[in-house]
Design a protein around this ligand. Structure first.
Ligand SMILES: Nc1ncnc2c1ncn2[C@@H]1O[C@H](COP(=O)(O)OP(=O)(O)OP(=O)(O)O)[C@@H](O)[C@H]1O
Ligand SMILES: [Mg+2]
Length: 335
């Protein structure tokens, strides 16, 4: 098997990862860029930029260039990716060999083109190939894409939830919801405001989500302290947020995800049913780590559900494997 040089890029709504063959993951950053309002210069990228988000620094604008898994701000996305690729210290001409960029299964032609355009603008002579994220996720989850067996994978990211049934590296059924971890954060922020009169930021909401989730927080007293601003008095306040409140806030988003999985299961070709049940439903993406989600999907579907190893890196791992194998896996689209 020939080892080809190449770069894999997972430009996600919340996190961007870059992997170079032979060197592994060289960038694992927040998808954020901070620009100086006066000069337009890049003040920070990645985690450093994201850390400023919502804190309203007077001279800095923080941009998250992706929304729902696709590019919402082309210029900001290009500047951010350029900074990341500089950080990756690619050898000159290396990106030209082959770049594989992950794209959400449900992306439109225009959205796909804009991803290609961003990478193409940074490395004009680069050969850019797109790979559907569920295909990469299945490879990253350890499914052998070369044999014909079936796989069911659900990638729950920050802006999208993508469920796919695959056979032999080809998508058989795929559905993409423009809903993910960000929607969960927003639901928690809204519920805490409505029920407790407390305005909390995204980081506090994320902490409630990752600690309590749907399970109410095993190993915790069933609540977590959150610090925010009292909605009436506009002064900082500390509040105990109960697990039940957080689980209730997440219900709508989780129900939509489960409906998607159920719809796909109800449409599965009979010849793939055994592979799917025996291979289990694999959860990837950061949302897979939501406490209580795997068991919730398992009890709704009656099919075993497992979270893949290191789910936040599953897509990039799979994309890198596809380059390394050099098996010419072509981007696949399902209507
Ligand atoms: N332990 C956890 N519990 C619940 N959610 C988590 C946990 N850890 C991370 N997340 C969430 O996972 C999301 C990020 O996951 P990921 O990096 O897979 O998304 P992405 O690839 O950037 O987004 P997308 O694929 O939708 O474009 C965020 O919403 C984050 O809050
Ligand atoms: Mg993703």
């Amino acid at each position: 098997m020939r080892l080809r040089e190449g770069v894999a890029i997972d430009l996600g709504t919340v996190n961007t990862l870059v992997c170079v063959t032979g060197r592994g993951t060289v960038v694992d950053e927040a998808s954020a860029i901070a620009l100086d309002r006066a000069s337009g210069r890049v003040a920070a990228v990645g985690h450093a930029a994201d850390a400023l988000a919502g804190k309203e620094p007077q001279n800095i604008e923080v941009i998250h260039p992706l929304r729902d898994g696709v590019i919402a701000d082309l210029d900001a996305a290009a500047a951010m990716l350029q900074a990341f690729l500089r950080k990756a210290q690619l050898r000159r001409g290396r990106l030209r060999a082959s770049a594989v960029v992950c794209v959400p299964g449900g992306a439109t032609w225009v959205e796909r083109r804009s991803l290609e355009a961003v990478v193409g603008a940074i490395r004009p002579r680069c050969e850019v190939r797109l790979i559907d994220e569920p295909v990469a996720a299945a490879a990253g989850a350890g499914f052998d894409l070369a044999d014909g067996s079936g796989a069911f994978i659900v990638d729950i990211g920050g802006g999208t939830t993508q469920a796919a049934v695959m056979a032999g590296g080809q998508l058989v059924r795929a559905q993409s919801l423009r809903l993910g971890g960000n929607a969960m954060d927003e639901a928690i922020m809204n519920t805490v405001r409505a029920e407790l009169g407390l305005l909390i930021g995204r980081n506090a909401a994320r902490n409630l989500k990752t600690t309590l989730g749907l399970a109410g927080g095993e190993g915790t007293p069933g609540w977590v302290e959150a610090v925010g601003v009292d909605a009436a008095r506009r002064t900082p306040r500390v509040e105990r947020v109960q697990g039940k409140l957080v689980a209730g806030a997440l219900e709508h988003t989780v129900a939509a995800m489960i409906t998607t999985v159920e719809e796909m299961l109800s449409d599965i070709p009979p010849n793939l049913a055994e592979d799917v049940v025996r291979g289990k439903i694999r959860l990837a993406g950061g949302g897979a780590l939501l406490p209580g989600l795997a068991s919730r999907i398992e009890s709704a579907t009656g099919i075993p559900v497992v979270v893949v190893d290191d789910p936040l890196r599953c897509v990039i791992r799979g994309a890198a494997a596809v380059i390394e194998r050099g098996d010419g896996l072509v981007p696949t689209q399902v209507a």
